[in-house]
Design a protein around this ligand. Sequence first.
Ligand SMILES: C[S@@+](CC[C@H](N)C(=O)[O-])C[C@H]1O[C@@H](n2cnc3c(N)ncnc32)[C@H](O)[C@@H]1O
Length: 424
Amino acid sequence: MPDLDFDGHNTVRGTHGLHAFAAKCPPQVVAHALRYYSRPGDTVLDPMVGSGTTLVQARIMGRNALGYDFDPLACLVSRVKSHPLSDGPIENAYEDIARRARQDLDALRKRKTSEAVRRRALPPEFPNRDYWFDSRVSRALALLSFHIRSLDASEAVREFMWVALSSLVLARTSVANARDIVHSRHHHWTHKEAPDVITTFQNRVGRMRKQMEEFRRLCAEADPAKVEARLGDARSLRLPDESVDLVFTSPPYTTALDYPRAHFLAIPWLQEALGISLSAYLARGEEYIGSERGRLGPKFAIDSSLLDMCLATNVLTRIGATSARQANLTQRYLLDMRKAIRVMTRVLRSGRHAVLVVCPSHVRSMNIPTHDLLVELATREGLLLKKRHLRTISARRRVMPYMRSFGRRMSTEYVLVLQKSTRR
Ligand SMILES: C[S@@+](CC[C@H](N)C(=O)[O-])C[C@H]1O[C@@H](n2cnc3c(N)ncnc32)[C@H](O)[C@@H]1O
């Protein structure tokens, strides 16, 4: 069995490290799956693509790839990371944005300014804005956002700048009054001095340019491939049957990570780019697979369509004995994952593989063997388990949710290799 731990390996080559994202998959795991279960020119699907690791790696290895995510910020980040962009236009654009934003700030400071500048420096309204952002930070973010919007450049360059802006907020050291912001629950933390947002933006773009340069170089070594990131729901993708040569995905966990909550501090500044308001974005929260939100009723009963699945029934009964809500949430997760697996199976060509990277989870101190549950679901849908690798997640490298009531991070995960049977 190959070693899939990759501890000590560089997991941020090229654009892989362009933007922080919770529970990112190590590119080496994707590379392993691409190498063993696809050929150059094949089409790879990641139906829950997150920050686009699959797309970036597929592009580097000359595979066509299609990624979907329910989260518009994830889609934006995936698209920017997986499309090689030349440096000249980025350089012109970011200097322009920084210069204009600085000019506006100077004018505001000297109180010699027009109504138009005052208006563009007004930050968007959202709950607790002044708790999470110093007013000077808000003003600088509003100006950057305005000048990115009014940039005279291609859409690809503008999107690159949106990702840079988002990464000022969603970062270990954020310009927001928050720490550990890549996790779903932020810790409030006030900077000793308000950060210089425009300089941070310039430094950030400087780093991203180097990452993009390396990505361009890596892509040049492979045959050109078509890569696309789309907004979509893994439970109902409109893709033709048998049109995909490999599925690779690391699905969400049961109620462990709340992506909308993890991202909510960046969304207000990118509402136009994402085409969604903060309130609409948060309102979709309960529809994410694995969400712990939503009304589920006070009682729990096993869904009749799961009754012939021994493991699922057993696990749900155990959880239901202590919490109807948790049992309902876990059941909703399983029913959602069954829909997603059904789609994966439908679009996969016969005899080809689906590789799922899955962490066991914990609900109310109970071990939930999510990996085995997904195998049970997949088997019903016509995918057979071929290999099961266990890998250790380096706590230093990957942002994983804390295990409830255990206080430590998830530390192992399974790489499940499933094959679509040829007799369907
Ligand atoms: C564990 S992350 C994937 C991380 C990704 N492999 C990476 O390396 O960045 C799971 C993703 O599933 C997405 N997701 C949740 N529900 C979804 C749905 N119904 N359809 C598509 N994506 C969904 C989340 O938004 C999140 O980005």
